[in-house]
Design a protein around this ligand. Structure first.
Ligand SMILES: Cc1cc2nc3c(=O)[nH]c(=O)nc-3n(C[C@H](O)[C@H](O)[C@H](O)COP(=O)(O)O)c2cc1C
Length: 193
């Protein structure tokens, strides 16, 4: 089974990175092929709303997103890991997602949704936020969840699990969380079972 993973945090060895590593360790131990992108290191322009994909179903911008599109077409599982930035996913994550408008055009304009593949497509969303738990802090997770849900459904990932951890602010603080890394490992393992 092929797993495509996105780290949306600009912080190397940050909390999203560490959570994603554990999820991918779980998936790889089950024999999965893993393709990982650290989005901050890539050259991905924001969607220009040029209308190119409405005509052909394919994005016309020639940058690193083209390789990602190819992997999105052929993967069985997708993992997105992102910090909460201003009550949503990070900009790095959102730029990648916006560039999937081409899949929206393929699905809804050209009536050619991405193939579900032999296993059906499933997803995992890993979120981490620095705010302590209050009624307000959960809004960030809800907004991020809505953004990634719409991405997943657009690329024909019909079901996903979300793990969200609040009150995690310092770089690497997730290591002190009692269960987060173990949860991520187990979720990665389960994703490919
Ligand atoms: C630009 C910016 C905006 C942030 N906005 C929020 C926020 O709205 N809610 C929140 O809970 N944490 C917020 N944080 C804190 C991060 O989510 C937190 O530090 C997280 O652990 C970073 O994860 P990382 O190590 O994977 O990058 C923000 C941090 C930055 C740099």
């Amino acid at each position: 089974m092929k797993v495509l993973a996105f780290n949306g945090s600009p912080r190397r060895s940050g909390n999203s990175d560490l959570l994603l590593n554990e999820a991918l360790r779980g998936a790889a131990e089950q024999g999965s092929e893993v393709v990982r992108y650290d989005l901050d290191a890539l050259k991905i322009r924001p969607c220009m709303h040029c209308g190119g994909c409405s005509e052909t179903g394919r994005c016309v911008i020639p940058d690193d997103m083209q390789d990602i599109h190819a992997h999105i077409r052929t993967t069985d599982r997708i993992i997105v890991a992102s910090p909460i930035f201003f009550f949503s996913v990070s900009a790095q994550t959102k730029i990648m997602i916006d560039r999937c408008q081409a899949f929206w055009a393929e699905k809804y304009v050209h009536k050619r949704p991405v193939s579900p593949g032999p296993y059906g497509r499933k997803g995992l969303l890993l979120l981490v936020g620095g705010m302590k738990r209050t009624e307000r802090s959960t809004v960030g997770f809800e907004c991020a969840e809505a953004v990634v849900r719409s991405f997943f459904r657009t690329v024909n990932v019909q079901e996903h699990v979300t793990l969200a951890y609040d009150d995690i602010d310092e770089k690497g603080a997730i290591k002190d969380h009692p269960i987060a890394l173990k949860d991520a490992y187990e979720a990665g393992k389960k994703l490919v079972e």
